[in-house]
Design a protein. Structure first.
Length: 427
C-alpha cells in the first residue's frame, strides 16, 4: 500500500540552524575506531582523495588482513575499513603511518578536504589545485588549534569548474578568472598563493566564534550567526594574519562529478554504492601508474598521462570487467546507500540489497536516490535527491523535495513496490 503524506517544505538552510552542541563529535577516525555490528570501523582521511599507488596497496592489504577485505568510499573521498577484528588498532595505525597516511596523529580526524578530482588533467579548471591541497594539509597539520575542529568540518578546493563548490563545505576556496581565489565564508578574493593560509584562517575564525558563543559547534552552519556576521569574523582574521583580501562576488556555475571514461589525461570510473572488492581495488592499483584520486561522488580518477588511447581503452575494459562503471548511462550513477544491515545495528533493512534489486539498469534518467537503513540517514548526500528510508515495520518511507514545492512523502509497506512508489512520487 502507498500512503501519500504531503508535508511543509523546510525553511532555507540559512534559517534552519541546528541546536547548539554541548559535546565534541564522536566521528570515527584511524585512531578512534567505531564499534559496528560487523566489527570495528576505521575512517581514514585522504585529503583531496589523492593516494599514491603504494598507499593504495597498503590500504588494500590492511582491508584484507584486518577487515572484511573491501575498501569503502565515503561522500568526502575518504576511505572506511569495516569488519576490523578486535584489538587491531595499533597494527592498523602502524601500517597506515608507514604508508604516509598519518602525517599527524593529532590531526588525523580533521584532514577533511575535498578537491576537484580532474584538476590539472583535462584542461577545464582555471587553476591546478594540487599545490593548494598540499599546502593546506601542511598548515592544517602544523596548527595546534586545528585539532579542535570536529571530524565533520569540511574544506573544499575548487579549481574553478564548480564541482566541489556545491558540496556544502564549511570553508570553500575556488579559483577565479583573474588568477586569484574566492574564499567563503568571507566572500573575498585572496591571492592564489595565500589560498591555504586563508582557508585555515577561516577555520580559526569559526573556532573563535564557537568559543565566544560557548558551543562545541561541529559545522559553520551550526553557529547562531548570519552570513554577514561570519564574513566579518573571517575578514578580521585574515587582516590579523596579514592576508590581503577584497570583497568579491560569488563565482557562478556549479557542476557535478567527473564524467566517466577517458577524460583528458585520466580514466574516470564510478563505484556502485562505494564498495570496492579486493579484486576491484587490485585492478585499480594495477591500472594506476603513480596515483589515484577518490572522488566525493564515490568514484575513482586514475591519471594516465603516458597511456596511448589504445592502452587507455584496454584499461577501461579491464575496470569494467571488474564491475566498475565506465559508461555514463548507468543507473548506478544516481543511487547511493548507507551500510544498512547487517553492518549497522540501527538499520531496519539490508538497504544495499534492496537498492540492487530495485535498480532499473536501463534507466539512467531521473532523480538521485539515497537509501537509508534508519531515520539518521548516515552519508546522505548534499543537494536534491529522493530519500528512501527503511522503517521499523520492514517497509520504507520515500521523501522528495523539488525547488519551490512542498516535500512529498510516501509510505511503502512492501519493499517490492518501491518502483511504483518512485513513479508516483516523481509524477
Amino acid at each position: 500500500m502507498l500512503t501519500a503524506m504531503p508535508t511543509a517544505s523546510p525553511p532555507p538552510s540559512s534559517q534552519a540552524r541546528p541546536a547548539p552542541r554541548d559535546r565534541g563529535d564522536a566521528c570515527p577516525g584511524t585512531l578512534r575506531l567505531h564499534a559496528a555490528d560487523d566489527g570495528a570501523l576505521a575512517r581514514i582521511r585522504i585529503p583531496g582523495g589523492v593516494l599514491t599507488t603504494r598507499q593504495a596497496e597498503a590500504l588494500g592489504c590492511a582491508a584484507r588482513r584486518l577487515g572484511d577485505g573491501d575498501v569503502h568510499l565515503t561522500s568526502r573521498g575518504n576511505v572506511q575499513l569495516r569488519g576490523l577484528r578486535a584489538g587491531c588498532g595499533a597494527e592498523l595505525a602502524e601500517v597506515l603511518d608507514t604508508a604516509g597516511l598519518l602525517p599527524s596523529w593529532d590531526h588525523e580526524r580533521v584532514r577533511n578536504v575535498v578537491a576537484s578530482p580532474l584538476s590539472g588533467l583535462d584542461g577545464v579548471g582555471r587553476q591546478d589545485v594540487r599545490p593548494w591541497l598540499t599546502a593546506l594539509d601542511t598548515v592544517l597539520c602544523a596548527n595546534e588549534a586545528a585539532t579542535e575542529l570536529s571530524g565533520r568540518f569540511l574544506f573544499a578546493l575548487d579549481d574553478g569548474r564548480g564541482d566541489v563548490s556545491g558540496l556544502g563545505a564549511d570553508v570553500t576556496v575556488r579559483a577565479i578568472e583573474d588568477g586569484g581565489a574566492w574564499l567563503t565564508p568571507g566572500a573575498v578574493r585572496v591571492a592564489a598563493g595565500d589560498a591555504a593560509r586563508a582557508a585555515l584562517a577561516a577555520a580559526e575564525a569559526f573556532l573563535e566564534a564557537a568559543r565566544s558563543h560557548g558551543t562545541k559547534a561541529w559545522r559553520v552552519s551550526e553557529l547562531a550567526l548570519s552570513d554577514e556576521e561570519m564574513a566579518h569574523l573571517v575578514r578580521r582574521r585574515l587582516a590579523a594574519e596579514r592576508i590581503d583580501h577584497q570583497e568579491h562576488p560569488e563565482p557562478t556555475g556549479v557542476t557535478g562529478g567527473p564524467r566517466l571514461g577517458l577524460v583528458g589525461d585520466a580514466l574516470s570510473v564510478h563505484v556502485p554504492l562505494g564498495r570496492l572488492t579486493p579484486h576491484q581495488w587490485e585492478a585499480l592499483t594495477q591500472v594506476a601508474g603513480i596515483e589515484m584520486r577518490l572522488t566525493p561522488w564515490r568514484g575513482v580518477v586514475v591519471p594516465t598521462p603516458d597511456l596511448t588511447a589504445e592502452l587507455a581503452a584496454a584499461s577501461l575494459d579491464r575496470l569494467a570487467a571488474a564491475g566498475l562503471v565506465t559508461e555514463p548511462g548507468s543507473a548506478w550513477l544516481r543511487v547511493g546507500a548507507c551500510i544498512g544491515r547487517p553492518g549497522c545495528a540501527k538499520a531496519h533493512r539490508d538497504v544495499r540489497a534492496d537498492a540492487a534489486r530495485t535498480l532499473d539498469a536501463g534507466n539512467s534518467a531521473g532523480p538521485s536516490l539515497y537509501w537509508s537503513g534508519c531515520e539518521r540517514r548516515c552519508g546522505r548526500p548534499h543537494g536534491e535527491h529522493i530519500d528512501i528510508i527503511a522503517t521499523p515495520g520492514g517497509g520504507y518511507q520515500l521523501s522528495a523535495t523539488a525547488p519551490g514545492q512542498n516535500t512529498r512523502t510516501l509510505s511503502v509497506g512492501d519493499p517490492s513496490r518501491i518502483r511504483a512508489a518512485l513513479a508516483a512520487i516523481t509524477s
